[in-house]
Design a protein around this ligand. Structure first.
Ligand SMILES: Cc1cc2nc3c(=O)[nH]c(=O)nc-3n(C[C@H](O)[C@H](O)[C@H](O)COP(=O)(O)OP(=O)(O)OC[C@H]3O[C@@H](n4cnc5c(N)ncnc54)[C@H](O)[C@@H]3O)c2cc1C
Length: 537
């Protein structure tokens, strides 16, 4: 038996610290409410970890259950479902990572007993990526230990280390790089994104230049950080870049962050929050250069030695972490006639892929970072949410719909949520802040680094961010679902010094915004529905 595997759904975690109290060797609080966990605690901790999982008030801890007797299917089968498909069908999942695994578990949980094939181009079983830029780099967990726990035995035919290279929708098969053809009755596309490389290939190839998306990336970077480089250059200060700057500070390594925009996190959370993030970076000794581009990376004997910046300075660096976002893995779908492009694979609210003519397919589904779905709460805009929690819920909805009849399909109506841990701060957000035009601090104190801010678009709440105040986000999630007025008109607990809304200062409006026209009702995926709202302004 492998040693125990653990993952914490940090979207759900509210920092109650029961796990850190019951199994302190495996769970550790950072700051007031952020949680760090060991994804593969030693066997002797098994009982403690199971107790911690049972005690978690929000049930955010997931541990291996695959070795336990398989529980009966959890969902009821709809009368108009296809029994042959459910019992003898062939389902192929391309992309053996978080979304792929969660979909597989859901299929088996709902009683799918047919043939399940998991295709992944990485050689490993599905593993968890968030620790790669956090506890793996600080040395609290090994990169090799991040394998995702199994909630049940998925009895799959695994084809790992081989990429899907084509999709034939006329004859329903996937072509693999080794020439195999794998036929299907239902297909799930879950190929995610890859890291955007440094844009000059010769410079990207220098020893010491890293991106961070895979386990191999994380292992290589960790080794280099252990060798105490003179200075690390982080290129880009979105979430991953900021987390890497935080890691360097924790390891005592001098770090420069070069950010082409006006502030860290400004692309995701706007300029107001970006200025707070910039202050925090500088307070921790990060050499932050905003409105600054890296012009070139230079090496000697194939190793990175220095970087030239657009502010005219030259930095001596041994390591550069390129954190410039991702590229969606859609190339293998070219020629398939699906609606794919740089924004991902378009699908309907039930995760069914669209073809190039905008017609919905019945047998091809999409989930995870590669999926681009209409968001009813945000004017039905097609948005791709590259967040852990979104991948899980979307995969579960897609899996359910793959084997359900048309009267029993679920819409994917989850309000997207994200977390990040940096400089001891637990940052969490819900909704889609990036479409906002205004922001208001609604609770707490920015100076104390404990606050919540709500985002508004045309007088409605569309998002919120919490800084070391994650427990409040459920409340804001409901406001978003109900298209509540912005700024929220409530007497908040712990009111801020100044709740006046100000411009949110997003660098450029990437998404066309529209008024919300729906509210969401229901609590679990089976009953959640969007309801059109009439006559509200
Ligand atoms: C360093 C890092 C830190 C993160 N931190 C956070 C965080 O703090 N909070 C948060 O909410 N989210 C975080 N995320 C995002 C989260 O990990 C992703 O949302 C999640 O991994 C998406 O899962 P996925 O299965 O959709 O895609 P992926 O995990 O990208 O998996 C897709 C898989 O498909 C494979 N694949 C691609 N093309 C093919 C092909 N043609 N054939 C076969 N296989 C293929 C890929 O190699 C990969 O294994 C982080 C991500 C990274 C990289």
């Amino acid at each position: 038996m492998t040693s125990m595997r653990v993952v914490v759904d940090l979207t759900k975690c509210e920092g109650y610290a029961q796990c850190a109290f019951l199994a302190p060797e495996a769970f550790r609080m950072v700051g007031d409410e952020a949680l760090m966990f060991d994804p593969a605690p030693p066997d002797e901790l098994q009982e403690k970890v199971l107790r911690a999982a049972a005690a978690c008030p929000v049930q955010a801890l997931q541990v291996d259950m695959a070795d336990l007797p398989t529980p009966p299917p959890t969902a009821t089968v709809s009368a108009d479902g296809d029994d042959r498909l459910r019992h003898e069908g062939r389902i192929v999942i391309v992309g053996a990572s978080l979304a792929g695994l969660k979909a597989a578990e859901q299929l088996r949980a709902e009683g799918f007993t047919g043939k399940l094939t998991m295709i992944g181009d990485e050689p490993e079983e599905p593993y968890d990526r968030p620790p790669l830029s956090k506890q793996v780099q600080t040395g609290w967990a090994a990169s090799a230990d991040t394998t995702l726990p199994r909630r049940r035995d998925i009895a799959a035919d695994w084809k790992l280390g081989v990429a899907a290279t084509g999709l034939d929708l006329e004859h329903n098969f996937v072509t693999l790089a080794d020439g195999q053809h794998v036929g299907f009755d239902r297909l799930l596309i879950a190929t995610g994104v890859r890291a955007r490389p440094w844009f000059v290939p010769e410079e990207a190839g220098l020893d010491g230049v890293f991106t961070i998306r895979t386990r191999a990336d994380a292992t290589g970077l960790r080794e280099r950080l252990l060798a105490k480089p003179r200075r690390v250059l982080v290129i880009g200060s979105g979430f991953t870049g900021s987390e890497m700057a935080s890691v360097c500070v924790e390891l005592g390594i001098p770090v420069t962050v070069a950010e082409a925009g006006p502030a860290p996190l400004a692309g995701a959370l706007g300029g107001v929050i970006g200025r707070i993030a910039a202050d925090i970076m500088r307070e921790h000794g990060v050499d932050l250069r905003v409105n600054t581009r890296v012009d070139s990376l230079q090496g000697e004997d194939g190793r990175l030695r220095r970087a030239l910046l657009s502010d005219g300075t030259t930095l001596d660096v041994d390591v550069a972490v390129v954190a410039l976002g991702g590229i969606r893995n859609v190339e293998w779908l070219q020629g398939s006639n699906l609606a794919v492009g740089m924004w991902g694979v378009a699908c309907d609210a039930g995760c069914r892929a669209f073809d190039a003519n905008g017609l919905v397919t019945d047998d091809v589904f999409v989930a995870g970072d590669v999926a681009r779905q209409p968001q009813p709460m945000f004017g039905y805009q097609f948005l791709a949410m590259e967040h852990w929690g979104n991948s899980v819920t979307q995969a579960q909805v897609a899996a359910h719909n793959m084997i359900s009849g048309k009267t029993d399909r679920w819409p994917h109506l989850e309000v997207s949520a994200f977390w990040s841990l940096q400089f001891g701060n637990n940052i969490k957000s819900v909704g889609v802040p990036v479409i906002a035009d205004q922001i208001a601090i609604t609770q707490g104190s920015v100076d104390k680094r404990q606050f919540v801010a709500a985002y508004g678009y045309k007088g409605r709440v569309v998002g919120a961010v919490a800084w070391n105040q994650g427990k409040w986000l459920d409340f804001y999630e409901k406001l978003i679902e109900q298209a509540a007025p912005f700024p929220p008109p409530y007497d908040m607990t712990n009111p801020p010094a100044d709740p006046t809304p100000v411009p949110a200062e997003f660098p450029a409006m990437t998404y066309p915004g529209r008024d919300a026209t729906v509210v969401v009702t229901g609590h679990d995926p089976s009953e959640r529905r969007a309801t059109l709202v009439r006559g509200r302004r």
